[in-house]
Design a protein. Structure first.
Length: 201
């Protein structure tokens, strides 16, 4: 199985996925220093045969069509303004029947974000969109929704509330590929979305 980790940074999740499942993972990141450091860490962990790095933009991926079985993004799309082009590129490099897995922070009914936040120093590099908009965009491009889960946690009391809308999980999606962590939006609550979709056609 070939996996593309878009915006994977230093490659920690990619190395975990490769070591747990034994799949081949390519980390694509726009920051060259992350790719170089990730290569060093991957060599030191003995996973150089399974995990590779490529310095490139997610909006112009240097891959042929239908190159990957799975594309995943974890806390990356909030720094990318052109989400239409992002998801179109992901659709292009996925093989028909391949899966897209997302764990992303999206815009919700919260007070204005007070910067800096974990993903952005200021509003000029923060591009959150409402989940309904992202959902319509992804399905409109040619993905079939498999699971859509929302996690909301008020930071004041630490109590969590999971709102889940989930259809049958694809049999080919290993449980380890869907292990996520939450992150705050620094508004009234922390809210993240976990999404898996299948490319149709």
């Amino acid at each position: 199985m070939r996996v593309l980790d878009v915006g994977g940074g230093l490659g920690g999740p990619a190395r975990n996925l490769a070591s747990e499942i034994g799949c081949s993972v390519e980390v694509l990141d726009v920051t060259e220093e992350f790719c170089r450091a990730g290569e060093i860490l991957t060599t030191r962990t003995g996973l150089g045969d399974l995990v590779s790095f490529r310095h490139a933009s997610a909006l112009d991926m240097p891959h042929p069509d239908a190159s990957f079985d799975v594309v995943w993004m974890q806390h990356s799309s909030m720094n990318i303004a052109d989400k239409e082009r992002l998801y179109a590129e992901i659709h292009r490099v996925l093989r028909p029947g391949g899966h897209l897995a997302l764990h992303e922070i999206m815009a919700g009914p919260v007070t204005p974000i007070h910067f800096p936040v974990p993903w952005a120093r200021g509003p000029e590099i923060s591009f959150l969109r409402p989940p309904e908009e992202v959902r319509a965009l992804i399905t409109g491009i040619g993905f079939e929704e498999s699971a859509w889960m929302t996690r909301q946690r008020p930071p004041c009391d630490g109590l969590g509330n999971d709102s889940r809308q989930q259809t049958q999980r694809p049999e080919s999606c290993h449980p380890s590929a869907c292990t996520w962590c939450s992150a705050p939006t620094w508004g009234k609550c922390s809210r993240t979305w976990r999404v898996t979709c299948k490319r149709i056609g």
